[in-house]
Ligand binder design. Sequence first.
Ligand code: 9MR
Ligand code: 9MR
Length: 610
Amino acid sequence: MPARLPRPRGARGAAALLAAALLLIAAPAAPATPANSAAAAAAAAPSAVQVNQLGYLPSGPKRATVVTTATTALPWQLRNATGAVAASGTTTVHGADTASGDTTHLVDFSSYQGTGTGYTLTVDGRTSHPFDIRADLYDGLRSDALSFFYQQRSGIPIQASLAGAAYARPAGHLGIAPNKGDTSVPCQTGVCDYSRDVRGGWYDAGDQGKYVVNGGIAVWQTVNSFERAKRSGHQAALGDATLRVPERGNRVPDVLDEARWELEFLMRMQIPEGKPRAGMAFHKIHDAQWTGLPTRPEQDSQPRELHAPSTAATLNLAAVAAQCARVFAPYDKAFAARCLASARRAWSAAKADPNVLAPDSDGTGGGAYGDTRVDDEFYWAAAELYATTGESAYRDAVTSSPFHTSADAFTPLGFAWPDTAALGRITLATVPNGLPADDRARIRASVVSAADGYLDAMARQGYAVPLPEDGYVWGSNGQVANNASVIAVAYELTGHRRYRDGALETLDYLLGRNALGQSYVSGYGEQASHNQHHRFWAHQADASLPNPPAGALAGGPDSALQDPVAQEKLPGCAAAKCYIDDIGSYSTNEVAINWNAPLAWLAAFAAERG
Ligand code: 9MR
Ligand code: 9MR
């Protein structure tokens, strides 16, 4: 796998595992004398019963993880809100879980189909957080996870009527003092001699930069969520007047209205005709220097700058503008045509300049989003252009790409902003196209085989995480959600229940069934992240500001400890526990559009009924 995402530090990770193993060995194997039998029982009692703190679907898998050193099965009871036992059984011993250093048992109460709120699970005297079992469990998260995008919008006031009074704010970056952007933004010195209007779009994360590569994957997943829902007959749930967006009632599905806010920005980042490198996209636009926390968007006084165009950004634009042309066509023909023209121009420009790489070093005032390999972006863009147009030039670009046949299109860690070949595969597997039937069958099989790999990883691990044991990178929760979406696509392709179950079970991990008992989604669960790194939702830094709104996903454990807070507070952590709900820990606790996009995708999948 190309080392494009930060890798866990092997040495430190290994040390933590060794320490955990020594602790296990050191745990006294108490002889059963009367004097210490009570102590032995106490030692064997579980230290935690980790559940999805939101709950479970009546028709879905229902599993929990028990942390215990007991070596034999333990009885469990599921109790309803009145305390009556609704179901009972015994655990399955799982044993050592490498990534967390925990020893675990599995509780499986999937066969229980009752519904209600206030259920708890008790194992050997230890009781879980309360949770619901209900069919509409994910309806709220489906819209909250998308409201995140509205609230990250640049260049438009955030309305109290849509976001709630605490989250209302004036428009950011419309050229009104103290803002110095984004209506007429110059390039960095030496990059260009003109200014561009690059207003709009979504702020990337806790910072207010806007990056074409990360905007690309996030908007693709948002539009793809609608395209997938439409194939399954459930698009109405994302349709017009379903979400809290200002465009409600315009006869365009709300999720597409949200995506368009970003697509319009991405097209503004394309270099106009008549200028050097016309058709390419600037890599990014952000503050000249890092702003501090908190900084409200409308109070950012840093100069904003366009950074040099890159082939990767240009191909992100080509891919999502081609997808836009296909998916928007039934709702807005003119916009779809504008997207297609932009996509074609971007593709030609990338072909003309195929190796303009964004450097990792360009990280002052904004993230670098460096990418040293762009043949995966070429494949993704070609696949989108081919699925939309059916033209032979794009087909040839698809079939001659190394990613059309190589096993690397899907990796154990999963696709991500620098690794986009899988997106092309998913489109070719699911959108009708003119590839020969056997080639399409092979592409579909590659998606299913990737999903099988993720299910294997889940089965191997105590907390059913679809990641390799060394996969706790910056944004690991985004990787979890991305891999879950591949499992969900395998369900669509095969109809096999194990894929639906697998995709749903990953939500258990994100919502509390993990080594920290942490729901990584704000507003969902008894122990939910609420101090994510953000310059406006910065309550922890300034009590007059709000905490993140419900539905914002934290980046998650990052075993490489890449910020000062993580380095100070988490030394020696087991990989799956390298997380802290502190506003300063941007490497474990930021929010980002490319993490919330797969969360919203997954919530929409999970919310579908029947
Ligand atoms: O706050 C920044 C966060 O949004 C980024 O994700 C992160 C990595 O690019 O950087 C943070 O900014 C810090 C910078 O990298 C180093 N100096 C301190 C900055 C403020 O926290
Ligand atoms: O998600 C990005 C991750 O893969 C990188 O390792 C990390 C450091 O370069 O940057 C992450 O992206 C951040 C970006 O650089 C700035 N905005 C916030 C993003 C999420 O933390």
